[in-house]
Design a binder for this molecule. Structure first.
Ligand SMILES: Nc1ncnc2c1ncn2[C@@H]1O[C@H](COP(=O)(O)OP(=O)(O)OP(=O)(O)O)[C@@H](O)[C@H]1O
Length: 246
């Protein structure tokens, strides 16, 4: 099976901190890949590299066989890799629906400053997406007034409005009450399946990993120390010692 995202020999350091030292990692179509590892290991750095926000000092990243290192975040989004939970991207004074329409229209290169949002052809898809993530009930509320759980779901809908093939997420349920976490993840995973979107998520909560990932990669000391199905990786004594137990 060929990889959607294929990273080879990624090396990046910040001063004396080595975040990646020759990391190679593949993301396959249909994956729900969880990246786990100690704090400060380099997991988020990898997401930032794949979305064009950071350039490593060494290595390559290909998306569907095309080199993407050096491409802008916007260009990478248009190719099909989106990132969820980029808080500043929400217009807090606009309604949820308006935020969605702006995202959808800008992805379709249709957004003009004085265009009427109501006239945007993506409107039907926006309504569908809001229903898909159980947010039709908050469509008219200001984005800045949403409770945390709904805001997470709207963020996911916003990312899906960009029509990605791969969605990258940093701790999808962080900051949400534990009673709500599974509901949000169930909704998220169902939406990903419906839209046939491959997912990569950085996660510290091992229950989330074992429930929702089909593969796990352990990022530790600048390398991928282990990868495989959750049942195997999460029971590996070395992973338990260095990541889970520690
Ligand atoms: N832009 C940057 N400038 C300087 N140092 C950075 C930068 N980005 C990341 N780092 C450092 O690189 C290391 C890896 O950071 P990263 O955020 O990727 O870790 P992480 O595995 O996601 O950690 P956590 O699980 O705690 O979120 C950390 O020591 C961090 O401080």
């Amino acid at each position: 099976m060929s990889a959607l995202i294929s990273a080879r020999g990624i090396a990046i350091r910040f001063g004396g901190v080595v975040a990646a030292d020759g990391v190679s990692l593949d993301v396959f179509a249909g994956d729900h890949l969880a990246i786990i590892g100690p704090n400060g290991a380099g997991k988020t750095t990898f997401l930032n590299i794949c979305t064009g926000y950071l350039k490593p000092q060494g290595g390559t990243v290909q998306f569907k066989g095309r080199d993407i290192l050096g491409s802008s975040p916007r260009a990478i989004t248009r190719l099909g890799i989106a990132r969820a939970f980029q808080i500043p991207q929400l217009f807090l004074e606009q309604s949820v629906r308006e935020n969605m329409l702006i995202a959808a229209a800008s992805q379709a290169r249709r957004f003009a400053p004085f265009a009427r949002l109501a006239d945007i052809p993506e409107r039907g898809d926006v309504e569908h997406l809001l229903a898909l993530v159980d947010c039709a009930d908050v469509a008219d509320r200001k984005a800045g007034e949403l409770p945390e759980g709904k805001r997470k779901l709207v963020d996911i809908a916003l990312a899906l409005a960009l029509k990605p093939e791969v969605l990258l997420m940093d701790e999808p349920t962080s900051g949400v009450a534990s009673s709500e976490k599974f509901t949000i993840m169930d909704t998220l995973v169902a939406a990903l399946r419906e839209r046939a979107v491959t997912a990569v998520f950085v996660e510290h909560d091992m229950e989330m990993v074992s429930r929702y990932a089909n593969r796990v990669a352990v990022w530790s000391a600048g390398t991928i120390s282990r990868q495989g199905p959750p049942a195997e990786v999460l029971n590996d004594p070395e992973v338990v010692r260095t990541v889970i137990g520690g």
